[in-house]
Design a protein around this ligand. Structure first.
Ligand code: AMP
Length: 622
């Protein structure tokens, strides 16, 4: 199997002369590009060996023995014997590990921590097992990004990246394992914190500002450093588009305070974290001219192109705008005057998957090449038109015929859509990730995939993923507030409104009113809150802790609106027999139609409840 190049700290000496640093960088880039060539040229062989390696290392783990794999490591036996799984299938094993069982249940290596996925089960984040070694695989994927990018945008080693990166709260399982999001785990790891000097990982944000648990202090200090170093910035970004827009919104609110600090070279007392203060003070120097310049730009009425105005050497914005994040493209275009939007990678808590080898392409054309060394990948063909991905409940486990349909990485067909199924070094076997991908082309023998959607998800603003069932239950819980007024919701739909910052969920409700008492606004506000209280913990965390989602809004529409919606769908060719009210709308004319018939609108008066951790543990704690 082609060996992944090691990041051997080739630039341990930041004080080396610039030319030495650049030529080392070039050499290193070549090695990583060569690696991509090799693994994609031998995609099938690499996959075969990855599976054999996973199965032979884990031959004695309980989960494989339970299914009777008996140490066999070939693909055919594996596919015949091992079932395709969902989170519900693996949950009993996950719970045992979370409760402290250290026996080899799913993996021969110790489970070092859980990664908390933004996908949920029963309203709670899913817990994905991981090992120390997986961190190296994740680092490998990060190491591939800049060599790829440098082929298209030269000179990036000569400046800095202004990336807004954050950690989130973490919890401990009853057995003592840490549970936290994958990026928090990565930023806190020595792979990130103690990375050797690398001109391609030269960020304006000092580590201390990224690792600061207070989100205001973290954002403020990262923005301050980014502004101080504005001329050196060659690229800007965040993980998802929503996060980058939040940073711009923060600047809109706080530029005056930021400019005061830049003018005087002193850090305001709101920043109390000593390590953040120390790190920022190494960058912050009194610069009245810069402060005046920023004030001038931010004080203008229009913020069009603010990114290119404040960071004039920026060549692109590095954010994920594929999947539901595509809703933010117009806002990013506005703030950046149409700078290229670059989606570099595709990854999840379960496994890191792949890179975009053509990063300057249009967002709608982005495709990710899966790196065959990261895990063993299989693909379940889906046909969205026959309702498989849109139906409310997915089949829990696959029958024999469907199981046979799973194809290997090297066997997928151009243009076909598939659900991704992964087997990882950390003990997931044939696990359905829940993402739908379409084959867009090939790099050597490795397919490249467009990200199509997350199965079932109807609403998403940030990392929240709300499915139709959750929405339905939430609405059901909320309408109980209308019962005393003899009112009912006759039909509803929803919309992710990203014109506000942060974006928020909107529900359109049509009511049938039988009672004579008018319904006071406070009752509808209670309905808004009841919906929010019923949504999953990722949504509530976004509302309460990250403030990445705004208050949910209920818009009451005139009687007959949903009939109009149906008429409109029929006029576009929908079949009257099969017509069902869509539980989420995105198409602009439909949103306009609904908005034109709004009689009243109400918003959540306060945040729903959210506590860090896991409901199950919180109950146990009592
Ligand atoms: P999490 O496990 O919480 O890290 O979420 C991972 C999920 O985020 C993936 O399964 C995808 O649904 C989504 N995701 C990650 N990377 C991308 C990408 N580049 N484009 C679209 N969606 C993505």
């Amino acid at each position: 199997m082609p060996e992944a190049p090691k990041d051997e700290g080739a630039y341990a000496h930041a004080h080396d002369d610039a030319n030495t640093i650049y030529s080392v960088a070039e050499e290193k880039n070549k090695k990583f590009l060569q690696f991509i060539e090799e693994v994609t040229a031998n995609a099938d062989e690499v996959q075969k060996r990855v599976l054999a390696e996973i199965l032979s290392r884990n031959a004695h783990v309980e989960c494989l023995k339970r299914h009777g794999l008996n140490g066999q490591t070939d693909r055919e036996t594996f596919k015949k014997i091992m079932p395709v799984t969902t989170y519900e299938d693996i949950q009993p094993d996950v719970n045992r590990i979370a409760n402290g069982d250290k026996s080899q249940i799913i993996c021969s290596q110790p489970i070092s921590e859980f990664l908390t996925s933004s996908g949920t089960s029963g309203g709670e984040r899913k817990l994905m097992p991981t090992t120390e070694e997986e961190l190296e695989r994740r680092s490998l994927l990060y190491n591939l990004l800049m060599p790829v990018m440098s082929q298209f945008v030269p000179g990036l080693e000569r400046g800095k990246g202004m990336y807004f990166l954050f950690i989130k709260s973490e919890a401990k399982t009853p057995g003592g394992l840490v549970a936290r999001p994958v990026l928090t785990s990565y930023y806190k790891s020595s792979h990130f914190k103690n990375r050797s000097f690398d001109p391609y990982m030269n960020y304006t944000s000092p580590n201390e500002t990224i690792l600061c648990p207070d989100s205001y202090q973290s954002m403020f200090s990262q923005m301050l450093c980014g502004l101080c170093l504005n001329k050196e910035v060659l690229r800007v970004g965040a993980v998802f588009a929503s996060g980058f827009i939040r940073a711009i919104r923060f600047l809109e609110k706080h530029w005056s305070l930021l400019c005061n600090d830049i003018r005087t070279g002193t850090l305001n007392p709101q920043i109390t974290d000593p390590s953040v203060r120390e790190a920022v003070m190494k960058i912050l120097k009194p610069d009245p001219q810069l402060a005046e310049f920023i004030e001038g730009e931010c004080g203008m009425e229009s913020w069009r192109g603010i990114i290119t105005r404040l960071w004039p050497n920026t060549k692109y914005i590095d954010v994920i705008v594929t999947g539901t994040m595509s809703q933010y493209i117009p806002t990013l275009d506005y703030y950046s005057n149409g700078l290229p939007l670059v989606c570099t990678m595709y990854a999840s808590s379960e496994c890191f998957f792949g890179v975009n080898l053509n990063p300057l392409c249009k967002p709608s054309e982005v495709s990710y090449t899966l790196i065959p060394t990261l895990g063993y990948f299989e693909f379940l063909p889906v046909d969205r038109n026959n309702g498989v991905t849109n139906c409310i409940s997915m089949p829990k486990s696959l029958n024999g015929k469907e199981k046979q349909e799973l194809v290997d990485l090297a066997d997928v067909k151009l243009g076909q859509e598939y659900e991704l199924v992964v087997t990882t070094y950390a003990g997931l076997y044939r696990y359905r990730v829940g993402d739908v991908l379409r084959v867009a082309g090939f790099k050597n023998k490795a397919p490249q995939f467009n990200f199509i959607c997350r199965k079932n998800v109807v609403l998403s603003i940030d990392s929240d993923k709300t499915d139709e069932v959750e929405l339905q239950n939430a609405v059901k819980n909320a309408v109980s507030h209308l019962v005393p007024f003899d009112a009912q919701v006759t039909d509803y739909t929803s919309y992710a409104d990203t014109t506000t910052i942060p974006g928020h969920y909107v529900l359109f409700w049509e009511l049938s009113l039988n009672g004579s008492t008018p319904i006071p606004p406070s009752v509808f506000e209670d309905c808004c809150l009841a919906v929010e209280e019923s949504l999953n913990s990722v949504y509530r965390q976004g509302r309460v802790s990250d403030k990445s989602i705004g208050p949910l809004e209920i818009k009451i529409v005139e009687a007959g609106t949903f009939d109009k919606l149906m008429d409109y769908a029929l006029s576009l060719g929908a079949s009257i027999n099969q017509y069902k009210t869509p539980r989420c709308v995105k198409f602009a004319p439909i949103v306009e139609l609904l908005n034109s018939r709004v009689k009243a609108s109400y918003s959540s008066p306060k945040c729903p409840k959210w506590v860090a951790g896991h409901k199950q543990w919180n109950i146990n704690v009592k």
